[in-house]
Design a protein around this ligand. Sequence first.
Ligand code: NAD
Ligand SMILES: O=C(O)C(=O)C[C@@H](O)[C@H](O)[C@H](O)COP(=O)(O)O
Ligand code: ZN
Length: 362
Amino acid sequence: MTNTTISVTGQASYDITVGRGILDQVSSALDPAVRKVLVVHPPTLGARAAELRERLLADTTGGQREVLLAEVPDAEQGKRIEVAAFCWQIMGQSDFTRTDAVVGYGGGAVTDLAGFVAATWLRGVQVVQVPTTVLGLVDASVGGKTGVNTAEGKNLVGAFWAPRAVIGDLDELGSLSAHEATAGYAEVVKAGFIWAPEILDIIEADPGRAVDTTTEEFRRTVELAIDMKATVVSEDFREAGQREILNYGHTLGHAIEHAERYRWRHGAAISIGMMYAAELSRLAGRLPDAAVDRHRSVLESLGLPTTYRAGAWPQLLASMQRDKKTRGGMLRFIVLDDIAKPTVLQAPDESLLFAAYQEVGA
Ligand SMILES: NC(=O)c1ccc[n+]([C@@H]2O[C@H](COP(=O)([O-])OP(=O)(O)OC[C@H]3O[C@@H](n4cnc5c(N)ncnc54)[C@H](O)[C@@H]3O)[C@@H](O)[C@H]2O)c1
Ligand SMILES: O=C(O)C(=O)C[C@@H](O)[C@H](O)[C@H](O)COP(=O)(O)O
Ligand SMILES: [Zn+2]
């Protein structure tokens, strides 16, 4: 099967390559001047990271390289400033220079961390992202948002730092559990609601095939989602405007992740967040009932959650005040005027926010 190349242009230009058996391309994606590489990976991928290291060492095109592995704590436990400091320590002790590189090999938590480490080391070295989860592939590895969480909230510290390349090897997804693949697929569904309704049509035709990483339906929806993200970030790298639409479902979703002390999968929290945003859109007089029902049926057909604890509202509201879209204490939400018609809702009344929450609170 042929590879697909999707390009990001504008302030930062790079390619996302999607294919099978393409891990060899990680090496050629690095600048030939790179002499030292830090491969950041989760414990789950320890053996595979060692194989990736061998591939990088085998390529001596620009001269012999030194390749170091940084195994970081799993999932959100890895997205902490102490873990970034652990990576900086390895780089410092190995004399990493500005012409050296970081490779993020893992899910979105690892690519966010690796990107942040690359953005901050010597004020910026190159990073090649090698996503190994559905979410990492369609969303986190693309677009250059990097960062870590703090005790106060999700992704509160970070930087915009574009990757040099993204190598999306679909074979890497084969070891994901169905539950993990589905959680990550929530960001594909998001792309369907805000941009590409063809994704929703494919899911509705056969949800099982859509989320099965071996099918053509999966590949088509994933490529539509990456294409959407590449188009949006090409226009608005630093989220000055249009990029905010990618935050659909994230205002409540991030508050849920915080309430769950980052033990939930991002995609699961975002699924509830999208259901909430759809209900909010409806109550604000924007989104027709049928489109809200479509949210519930698509998300539930995949087994994604659409409800959360009713009693959690005060805590979630307080947490949403720290959302990055908030301006001067004024909450802002991405809502829909219709499927694929996202817009911003400024300073909605607290009673409206609560009424929408009653539709998802259980
Ligand atoms: N930067 C962005 O634009 C952006 C976009 C979306 C999400 N994110 C971030 O991404 C993170 C979520 O990413 P995620 O859903 O990939 O979660 P994750 O990175 O925590 O990975 C989920 C789990 O899958 C395991 N795993 C990874 N690859 C595997 C494989 N091939 N086989 C088996 N297990 C594997 C991991 O070890 C982990 O336990 C969140 O922190 C979220 O905020 C960032
Ligand atoms: O790339 C973006 O822009 C996004 O908003 C994509 C989101 O799916 C992603 O979860 C992102 O990390 C959220 O960023 P944040 O700035 O709201 O923390
Ligand atoms: Zn997200």
